[in-house]
Design a protein around this ligand. Structure first.
Ligand code: NAP
Length: 334
């Protein structure tokens, strides 16, 4: 009889996730109850937030329990359905977690039917939470306007690379912050950004002065820490700081010190605002249509970094924290 294969959390990680923090286990094949479906997972989208769910602290979702399957978004083919919106053979996008077969709830906003024509890599990289987050952060929260200067950190990552391009599409001057020369070249040469700064080798404050002569109108923050502080120090009058994520802190046991330059928010009459894409899931069809149009016209591009099999899950998640990825990290389950 076929069994399920899963990766469960054994202990709370400190720092990078280690192979000993999780365990590969065999579980009985799951069955659907009324209002549920079972999918065979084919793709997993690795988001930085997966690491934050492994910590014990209270976040926007409860922490993954010790012994539970690691929570993660993904796409699978429906193999059993007791749900109104899904039939066997169709594909669904939801939160299957790090396992080959998963029970998903038939709940709008949590599990989404995918048309047969949907490209799974584009769904993971653009049409899921990643594109929604990038769009909301630049357009709604940051309200970036043509002619303004926008800085994006982790700009060669999944969310940042879309946010930077959306700001370009809106007519902004866009500068990316990324962790290697290769990433900076991709941002400028391929994605058309106006400048890029390697935060591992450059004098960040000096480069921000050089590349943002009129200061920063919108800073899209994916990382927190010293990069947030440097951008606050270069904020323009009425500047907006969009708090998307703080990846520099997810692996830390102790809270990092606060940004010393926050006083600039007063002097520059600035605003700093956090947001969660989760709260805006209902806008996905509307925003997906806009993103799809930009993709079709070649104005928006995406890249994926592919890993293979559940055995690569630890390495795939850690890539986000070592900066080994360009674009969206996905795992393909063969
Ligand atoms: P990603 O950007 O594809 O990968 C993470 C990138 O962060 C790495 O490639 C690395 O790039 C950079 N990084 C890692 N540690 C760093 C550090 N200490 N200092 C500076 N940069 C560091 O990952 P993602 O999944 O798209 O997530 C990006 C951010 O968006 C995360 O903070 C995530 O929590 C947030 N997010 C928020 C929402 C929301 O609803 N608010 C939704 C989705 C994602 P470099 O090589 O450039 O350093």
């Amino acid at each position: 009889m076929e069994t399920n294969e899963a990766v469960v959390l054994r202990r709370r990680p400190t720092g990078l996730l280690s192979a000993d923090d999780v365990e590969h286990v065999e579980l009985p094949m799951p069955r659907a109850e009324p209002g549920q479906l079972v999918v065979r997972t084919e793709w997993l989208g690795i988001d930085a937030t997966v690491r934050s769910w492994l910590n014990s602290g209270e976040g926007y979702l409860p922490p993954v329990e010790i012994g539970a399957v690691v929570r993660c978004s993904g796409i699978g083919t429906v193999v059993e359905s007791r749900a109104d919106r899904f039939t066997e053979g169709e594909r669904a996008y939801g939160l299957p977690g790090w396992q080959r077969y998963a029970v998903l709830p038939d709940e709008v906003g949590i599990t989404t039917p995918l048309p047969a024509s949907a490209d799974p890599e584009a769904t993971m990289a653009v049409f899921g939470a990643t594109g929604l987050t990038a769009y909301l952060g630049i357009v709604d929260i940051g309200a970036a306007q043509a002619g303004e200067t926008v800085v994006v950190s982790a700009a060669a990552g999944a969310t940042g690379s879309l946010a930077a391009q959306i700001a370009k599409i809106r007519g902004c001057r866009v500068v990316g912050v990324a962790g290697s020369d290769e990433k900076c070249r991709w941002l400028v040469d391929d994605l058309g950004l106006d400048g890029a700064i390697n935060h591992r080798s450059a004098d960040l404050a000096a480069e921000l002065r050089r590349l943002c002569p009129d200061r920063i109108d919108v800073y899209f923050d994916n990382v927190g820490g010293p990069i947030l502080d440097a951008c606050l120090g270069r904020l323009a009058r009425n500047g907006r700081v969009v708090l998307c994520g703080a990846i520099s802190a997810y692996n830390e046991v102790r809270r990092p010190p606060g940004p010393a330059n926050y006083v600039q928010l007063i002097q520059r009459r600035g605003r700093m605002e956090g947001f969660l894409a989760l709260d805006h899931w209902g806008r996905m069809p509307e925003i997906a249509e806009i993103l799809g149009g930009w993709l079709a016209y070649g104005q928006l591009r995406f890249r994926t970094q592919q890993f293979d099999g559940l055995e690569s899950a630890v390495e795939a998640l850690n890539a986000l924290f070592t900066g080994a990825n360009i674009g969206k990290v996905v795992i393909r389950l063969g």
